[in-house]
Ligand binder design. Structure first.
Ligand code: ME8
Length: 672
């Protein structure tokens, strides 16, 4: 008792499909925060889980010929295994199909009905099934869902409604009094201006169009709206309204949440509907909702429905969890969007992990073996730049702590890497080997001690992010976890006890061959991170209707609804340089049954382009065709063959047809 609590949550994910690296991103970020707070002595509750009800899941199960329960069980097992591989340290995993959740949600609903916040009325509205959202005619302009752009259906039924509007003034006051509630702050203005100021309509909180949900108490023809069901997980997991006093005690202990970590597309649910439900229940509101940005591919937001997802398992199996956790948290400032490319991943791993961190370790330990008898030496001859290094180490601890409090993970990591960079430079400046030669073994030992100390300090600071390397670094420094590895000891330079036996070991992070790895990732993912590359289907295989065309059509398989087609400005479009070209040669690429190597005459030059159209065209049929070529794409290698551009095609179902141009248009003409 007495320790400060820290309650952190992720969204509970839909087990309608396997998750992708975007989901892993949120979960890793929340995990880093949970680990950090534990290291700082907090009593942490880290909750994640799955949002298992709703029409989408009911449909997916039917498509697979399974019961919804069996269907979600399979995927939930897969998700939990993924979190194990990523070393996610959650304290509880809530499934909305569990009795502890269902019972509490029914009680919440009953209470809100009893007090008149939920009432019954006739309803007619436009409904988007994949998004499970109702829209007004004005919102659903042209009969399409404003979120995902798919057609909406007219639905008429008796429904239950939540009186949202009544709580708006109180909610605005909460925003005002708690300026940190919505992070990053820009999202707050969006909520106020787009949703609250225009007035909040009563929310339809029941459905009759499907059965797979929690029945409305006393009216089992209706199921509770999936968002009311889902958001409640944050309190039902803590035993809110449970019959079990031990469970209820958890609620008293941990609520309100310190932070709900969510993707930016669901900030609205977490900062409007959720606080209103809590206010209606007379409960304190969460302290913070952090809406982070999206992981994108060059084709836009990574999402199942676009077919451009990257399976985290693939990267985990190849590079290990530390590498993936590091990349996700270092590459993208938390809050902003970031584009995933294999190049960025491999370069981060090479520059930061293999070079900066790996080199410091791989230089320091052998030097200690050679010049200090394989034991941590005693620092007896201190001189500059030792003081500067010590000062920087102390400063780094403060900078990491400040950044972590703001959930600025990339800033925290950047600070650690500055220290590593300084230490690597310090080796060159102090040249311990030269000191030994000059007969100043005590100076060399002092330098080596400082280097080992920097390794100890960095490994402590790295624990929220990397879960395996820190312990391995301690082992190599001869340290066992304890007072010398505590967070507080990171701020105390000189804590490392001299005399510990060090162990050199193999490189912790091997250097990767950029080209080979990029190719391997491209092949394994169907090159989803390439502009105009092949989309992948739900199973991760290249989808049959993809054809190397830019902006390949979305796979409308009725999965997620989070992202519609993204709009771009004309300036962005104008960046794409498209020209008329004539295919002069075409041949198959050995061991790549989807690819053809094309030589295309553009008037001023002949370009080599690799295109994924082998299934649709025989090479000889292509000769002489005038096609549209995107000529300013970065060159890539596909199956080892360089491709400098891309040809456009229209694809639909199993068909793919090249976009062609009539013969009288000169080669090289710009297409606008
Ligand atoms: O929305 N980039 O579940 P969901 C970054 N069940 N993060 C991403 C991402 C991407 N490309 N794609 C997904 C739901 N995410 C509801 C939540 S909570 C009470 C109910 C992450 O399976 C991000 O955190 O669609 C996003 O908010 C979440 O996954 C959506 O997961």
């Amino acid at each position: 008792m007495g320790r400060k609590t820290f309650y952190i949550t992720t969204p509970i994910y839909y087990p309608s499909n396997k998750l992708h690296i975007g989901h892993a991103y949120t979960t890793v970020a929340a995990d880093a925060m949970a680990r950090y707070k534990r290291l700082r002595g907090f009593d942490v509750m880290y909750l994640t889980g799955t949002d298992e009800h709703g029409q989408k899941i009911e449909r997916r199960a039917r498509e697979e010929g399974m019961t919804p329960r069996a269907f979600v069980d399979d995927i939930v097992g897969w998700i939990q295994e993924l979190w194990r591989k990523l070393d996610i340290s959650y304290d509880d995993f809530i499934r909305t199909t569990e009795p502890r959740h269902k019972n509490a949600v029914q009680r919440i609903f009953q209470r809100l009905m009893d007090q008149g916040d939920i009432y019954q009325a006739d309803y007619e509205g436009l409904y988007c099934t994949p998004c499970e959202s109702f829209w007004t005619a004005r919102q659903a302009e042209g009969g399409r869902c404003p979120d995902c752009g798919r057609p909406v259906e007219l639905v008429r039924e008796k429904s239950y409604f939540f009186r949202m509007g009544k709580y708006v003034p109180k909610l605005l006051q909460y925003y005002e009094e708690n300026p940190e509630f919505i992070q990053p702050e820009s999202r707050k203005h969006e909520m106020i201006n787009n949703f609250l100021k225009p007035g909040l309509e009563d929310l339809c909180v029941s459905r009759t169009t499907f059965d797979w949900g929690i029945p409305v108490p006393g009216d089992p023809d209706h199921v509770i709206y999936v968002w009311i069901d889902a958001l409640s997980n944050y309190i039902t997991a803590l035993g809110y309204l449970s019959d079990d006093p031990v469970q209820r005690e958890k609620f008293e202990h941990y609520w309100p949440a310190d932070v709900h970590v969510v993707g930016k597309e669901i900030v609205r649910f977490h900062t409007i509907y959720w606080p209103i439900v809590l206010m209606a229940l007379g409960l304190p509101l969460p302290k913070k909702v952090f809406g982070h940005g999206w992981l994108l591919t060059p084709q836009g937001k990574m999402s199942k429905s676009k077919g451009n997802v990257i399976d985290p398992n693939l990267l985990l199996d190849r590079y290990g969890s530390d590498a993936i956790r590091y990349f996700l948290l270092r590459e993208i400032p938390f809050g902003a969007d970031g584009v995933f490319t294999p190049e960025a991943l491999i370069q981060r791993l090479n520059f930061d992990l293999a070079n900066d961190l790996g080199n410091l370790l791989n230089r320091t330990l052998p030097l200690i073996e050679r010049y200090a008898g394989g034991r941590i030496p005693t620092p007896t001859r201190i001189q500059e730049p030792d003081g500067e290094l010590r000062g920087m180490a102390a400063e780094t601890v403060t900078r990491v702590e400040e950044a972590m409090e703001k959930m600025e993970f990339s800033t925290a990591l950047a600070a650690i890497w500055q220290l590593l960079g300084r230490a690597n430079k310090y080796i060159d400046e102090t040249a311990p080997w030269a000191e030994v030669k000059a007969g100043r073994g005590d100076r060399a030992e002092t330098v080596l001690y400082h280097l080992a100390e920097v390794l100890r300090i960095t490994s402590i600071l790295l624990q929220p992010f990397l879960t395996k390397a820190p312990a391995e670094i301690w082992r190599r420094l001869g340290l066992s976890p304890g007072p010398h590895t505590s967070w507080d000891s990171a701020g105390m330079f000189g804590t490392l006890p001299p005399g510990l036996p060090v162990y050199k070991g193999d490189p912790l992070f091997p250097r990767l061959d950029l080209e080979a790895e990029v190719l391997a990732i491209d092949e394994a993912t169907g090159a989803v991170s390439r502009q105009g590359a092949e989309p992948v289907s739900e199973t991760g295989e290249a989808s049959p209707h993809s054809g190397g065309a830019a902006g390949a059509p979305e796979n409308d398989a009725g999965a997620g609804c989070a992202a519609g087609t993204e709009l771009i400005g004309i300036e962005e479009f104008q960046k794409i340089d498209m020209r008329v070209g004539r295919i002069v040669e075409a041949e198959r690429i050995p061991k790549a049954d989807k690819l053809l190597k094309l030589m295309i005459d553009l008037g001023s030059e002949v370009r080599q382009v690799v295109s994924g159209i082998a299934k649709y065209y025989a090479p000889e049929d292509l000769i002489g065709q005038r096609v549209v070529v995107v000529v300013n794409l970065k060159p890539v290698k596909l199956r080892g063959v360089e491709s400098r551009g891309m040809i456009l095609a229209a694809s639909e179902g199993d068909r793919l047809v090249l976009t062609t141009v009539s013969d009288d248009i000169p080669l090289g003409t710009k297409v606008k």
